[in-house]
Write a protein that binds this ligand. Structure first.
Ligand code: PMP
Length: 445
């Protein structure tokens, strides 16, 4: 059957008078695809199906929100049970305790748990808490790190021409959006990541003023960039020595890198941790967890955190089923996804090497990104901005679609191996990658 996306094209036309960018987020629309996006209709296991009836192996998995894949039977059952008995009460519920207890068991620092709906919301609460308990105004974030679309952190996250970034010793703070609160970024310090001396200088320059240092455990919004050896541990030491709240953003890495996330994997001891994405297995569930002494400030009259939909029953049921499945057999699912990811990444590296294609694959366990570059590795945001051929990546991914493979065409947005993926999926993907690199298919690297 000839690959056709005609129905997607027709639907895209239909959206023009009603939706902006054909969807509900700027990372899903025509700008990301360089053409009309593909309209998806159904998902099952590792597969996703578009409106034209094309089947794809899905490596995007809702930007990491589906650690068990699409429509996992236990999650479907849990959602159905909650839907049939009350989707949401906005009262205290037993399932909220159960889910919090599961999290407490597997996440080392989760002395207290508070649920929200999105990673952005959890981060907003974390920042407010840090400012509240320290009485300090500033927050420190890193270049290329994304923590949601909240004004205070919406800076220097987008990939930009290297000349715009200024010097490493004094990065230019570049707002990611128009319309931000005019003063929102005044108290936000931006520092290059994976650079401990730069962080030491910044904390020295703002001594006594910094409420929180916020970091992703693995950079996940400019490809996949792991922390340098000892970097996160050094960051933690510096934060503690200066009375700064250490906020670890595990929106991407949580319930993915390890049961306890980067915190467990890199042996960290953050004060606050945010989770989102993988927690709800497709439902909008996020959590802020951390030390009781800090979390306690959320009590009424202290640091405010509201939300009609927080702790929705349907989301709690889904998340409970999800975490039960993920931690089954002594956490075997984590080892399984690491193993499969290793096979996929090794295979892809081999294909690029054999064909002399200037591309590398960076991964930390199940998070992986193909990066078109002549560099042996991309170690930070500045290198990503300077050395990555994003157009080649987009072309490569688009040429995989007709071969039944789906991923985000954005070079900055990584892919995910889930529990639903199989050895066969890996083999098919490697075959497709090989074919996509044949000159006749039209991908130039
Ligand atoms: N933090 C990180 C590290 C993220 O990658 C994201 C989303 N990509 C967020 C926070 C925001 O999460 P959400 O989209 O659920 O608001």
């Amino acid at each position: 059957m000839r690959f056709s996306t005609e129905k997607s094209r027709q639907m895209y036309q239909r959206t023009l008078g009603v939706l902006i960018e054909a969807s509900s987020s700027s990372s899903r629309g025509p700008a990301t695809f360089g053409q009309c996006p593909i309209f998806m209709e159904k998902g099952k296991g590792s597969r996703i199906y578009d409106v034209d009836g094309n089947e794809y192996i899905d490596w995007m998995m809702a930007f990491g929100a589906l650690p068990l894949g699409h429509s996992h039977p236990e999650v479907v059952e849990a959602i159905a049970e909650a839907a049939a008995t009350g989707a949401h009460f906005a009262t205290a519920t037993p399932v909220e305790i159960e889910l919090a207890e599961i999290i407490q068991k597997i996440v080392p620092n989760a002395e207290r748990v508070r649920f929200a709906n999105t990673g952005t919301e959890a981060m907003m609460a974390a920042i407010r808490l840090a400012r509240g308990v320290t009485g300090r105004p500033k927050i420190l974030k890193f270049e290329g790190h994304y923590h949601g679309w909240y004004d205070d952190v919406l800076v220097s996250s987008n990939v930009l021409p290297p000349a715009a970034l200024g010097l490493r010793s004094d990065p230019v703070k570049i707002p990611d959006s128009s319309g931000l609160n005019r003063t929102a970024l005044d108290d936000t310090i931006v520092v290059p990541w994976n650079d401990l001396p730069a962080l030491e200088r910044a904390t020295e320059n703002h001594r006594g003023q910094i409420a929180a240092i916020i970091t992703e455990g693995v950079m996940a919004n400019v490809g996949v960039i792991p922390p340098a050896e000892g970097y996160l541990q050094g960051l933690e030491k510096l934060a503690k020595a200066n009375g700064i709240v250490f906020i670890l953003d595990e929106t991407v890495t949580g319930f993915r890198i390890a049961p306890g996330g980067c915190q467990e994997y890199y042996k960290l001891s953050p004060d606050l941790v945010t989770f989102g994405k993988a927690l709800g297995c497709g439902l909008p569930v996020a959590a802020l967890v951390g030390r009781a002494a800090i979390m306690g400030a959320l009590q009424w009259g202290g640091v405010l955190h509201y939300g009609t939909h927080n702790g929705s029953r349907i989301g709690m049921f889904a998340a409970r089923a999800n975490l039960r499945a993920l931690t089954r057999d002594n956490n075997a699912p984590f080892a399984d996804t690491w193993r499969l990811a290793d096979r996929l990444c090794t295979g892809l590296r081999e294909i690029f090497r054999e064909r002399g294609v200037p591309a590398i694959v960076q991964n930390v366990g199940p998070m992986f990104q193909i990066i078109f570059t002549s560099q042996p590795a991309i170690r930070d945001y500045r290198e990503f901005c300077q050395f990555v051929d994003r157009t080649a990546f987009q072309k490569f991914v688009l040429s995989l679609f007709p071969l039944g493979i789906y991923a985000s065409p954005s070079a900055a947005l990584h892919s995910i191996v889930t529990l639903a993926h199989t050895e066969e999926d890996v083999d098919k993907t490697l075959n497709a990658a090989t074919r996509a690199l044949e000159p006749s298919v039209g991908t130039s690297a």
